[in-house]
Ligand binder design. Sequence first.
Ligand code: SAM
Length: 284
Amino acid sequence: MMNSQPGTLYVVATPIGNLGDISMRAIETLKSADRILAEDTRRTQQLLTHLGIKGSLVSLHDHNEKQRVEQVAEWAQQGESLVLVSDAGTPLISDPGYALVSQLREKEIDVVPVPGACALIAALSAAGLPTDRFCFEGFLPAKRGARKKALELIKQEVRTTVYYESTHRIMDMLEDMQEVLGGERYLVLARELTKRFETFISGTVEDVLAQLNEDTDQRKGEFVVMVKGVPSDNTSALDVSSEDVLKLLLPHVSTKTASQIGASLTGLPKKELYQLAVQLKEGD
Ligand code: SAM
């Protein structure tokens, strides 16, 4: 379609499992698009076939996105109505599209969101964790050393932290969490959202690991991992307060009990409190 008016890029969310989650507006926008830019054209073709839409598909993924920008801008400047979709959920959220959207905006081309499913929002909406403030960290690094470093950063995080994870790394991730954040940190695991085996598992890192060890089916599928923040009043002078707590307890109870009570009171990992208690006892 040639037009004297500049066109628009519609950023359209698609379902994350249940096809019933596509919105009326998403269907209308897909129907009237001149071109649909898709992460994987075969996946999007399946969705279009299901919806009875004949679309003109163009691939746009991490490896060709930068080269595609000029071409897409040209189509938009010629007045085309363009749609960006990813394989599932909202484009740009751990999915391609950032380079395209930022550069089209720079060229003053209209970019319009057509909102819908997004795994992290679906997970948070039903997890029962604080949602007034949260931070989304996408996927943790694949390599263990880098992953642990990234986890170190949320040791004292007061907000709920949200990660995406796949079946291949879920156990490694939880094991690293146990080591870095301590077995006592509370988390919720949302698996296979909107699909047949949708499950929410919650508890301490230790509890959740035990459940996944017991039932290996629970390691399968796609995951959103939500880690509860530490109580906000523990963020200042933490070392001083945990030390004070232990100094009060150690004359009366065992090192283990002191560190357990200390961990509950401060929200810090039991292991950390235990090490501090041992040091304090050695210093006596
Ligand atoms: N753009 C998508 C969105 O809006 O959620 C996310 C794409 S990202 C490449 C894929 C990751 O999202 C999966 O590895 C998983 O962590 C999470 N995810 C996607 N669908 C999910 C689902 N149905 N249940 C749980 N997690 C899901």
